[in-house]
Design a protein around this ligand. Structure first.
Ligand SMILES: [Zn+2]
Length: 339
């Protein structure tokens, strides 16, 4: 179905995606001993676990998992109930993708800012003191801003992967960046045109540039976020091809989550083997071997062509006769339909 290119709000969003996930999960300071009533600790880069526990929180039940939502100081123009509803909806898409919410107990601290900027200002996921997310929203955030938001689903997706060493930060950001639009599409929150339009426009930023030394040794913004997402897409495509569409990265990531979530530290290699075992083909390990310490160029034009994604000057079209169109279709269908 054609889609006017001007209606891609995600284009700008993807370009600024990294700014909203500053620090991610692996580059964060350890817990501070900030006083519970020190409001300055609420705006620092460090998640104030202690401050969270001092605030009244609302519980969201997610099939046995509990998400506790607390609000920092300040008031929003929309109701807190509307914000909690957005949290619940975001969590539901993550549950649909991973099969369950990634942590049994998760703390979500919502902060309020009156400074000018994007309505969903920033998010950060934490694991060292229990699964937690800090999300900052503009005081004037509108309901439609929340309906379009990707930040919270991105941060919730971080919870599903163990904390990795710094050189593997690209895998943490790659998984969260890749899963987020697919989880929202599978939950009916994002159109497939948007998913693929954003990928076609964004993925070139993940390609190796001059001087690249592979994903483990090139910690640039493009290689970390988009390079990591490209690794995930390539893995997903290879898995689906090798299993006639039956299994993909979603199966691998569900198996990895059963091994441990963000609250656990891990090295990357065992996780890749767990994922490969769940799918039955050694795709992740082989791809990592090829991409970890060398540029490994990718022919994106051929990939989009084979997946049946055609981005023209004015619109995006799908070609269901393309050889890998079954892969493209599988990625945005609810898990039950393909698993
Ligand atoms: Zn992130």
């Amino acid at each position: 179905m054609p889609m006017n290119i001007a209606s891609f709000p995600g284009r700008r969003v993807w370009l600024t995606r990294a700014l909203a996930c500053l620090g991610g999960t692996a580059l964060l300071p350890r817990p501070s001993s900030a006083a519970v009533d020190d409001s300055s600790s609420l705006s620092g880069s460090n998640m104030p676990y202690a401050a969270f526990d001092a605030l009244p929180a609302e519980s969201i039940d997610l099939d046995g998992a509990r998400l506790r939502v607390a609000f920092g100081p300040g008031t929003f123009e929309i109701s807190r109930e509307r914000i909690v509803e957005y949290v619940r909806r975001s969590a539901r898409s993550v549950v649909a993708y991973f099969g369950r919410f990634p942590a049994r107990e998760t703390r979500l601290l919502i902060l309020n800012t009156v400074s000018p900027g994007r309505p969903v200002r920033s998010g950060t996921a934490f694991g060292y003191g229990g699964a937690a997310i800090k999300l900052t929203l503009a005081a004037g955030v509108r309901a439609e801003d929340l309906d379009r938001d990707w930040v919270l689903v991105h941060e919730m997706s971080h919870l599903a992967l163990p904390s990795l060493p710094r050189r593997h930060h690209w895998f943490e950001e790659g998984v969260a960046s890749y899963v987020e639009p697919l989880a929202r599409a599978q939950a009916g929150m994002l159109g497939t045109e948007q998913v693929w339009g954003d990928m076609v426009k964004g993925m070139p930023q993940g390609l190796p540039q001059a001087g690249d030394q592979g994903l483990d040794h090139t910690p640039t913004w493009g290689r970390t976020y988009w390079g990591g997402a490209l690794f995930c897409l390539l893995a997903d495509v290879e898995m689906r091809k090798a299993t006639a569409g039956r299994k993909g990265l979603q199966h691998a990531l569900r198996a990895i989550l059963e091994h441990g979530n963000i609250e656990r530290d891990s090295s990357l290699e065992p996780l890749l083997h767990i994922g490969d075992r769940a799918v039955g083909v050694p795709v992740l390990a082989g791809l990592y071997e090829r991409m970890k310490d060398r540029p490994c160029p990718v022919d994106l034009d051929a990939l989009w062509h084979n997946l049946g994604v055609r981005l023209g000057a004015q619109d995006l079209q799908f070609d269901d006769r393309a050889p890998l169109s079954f892969v493209r279709l599988a990625l945005t269908l609810p898990f039950a339909s393909t698993g």
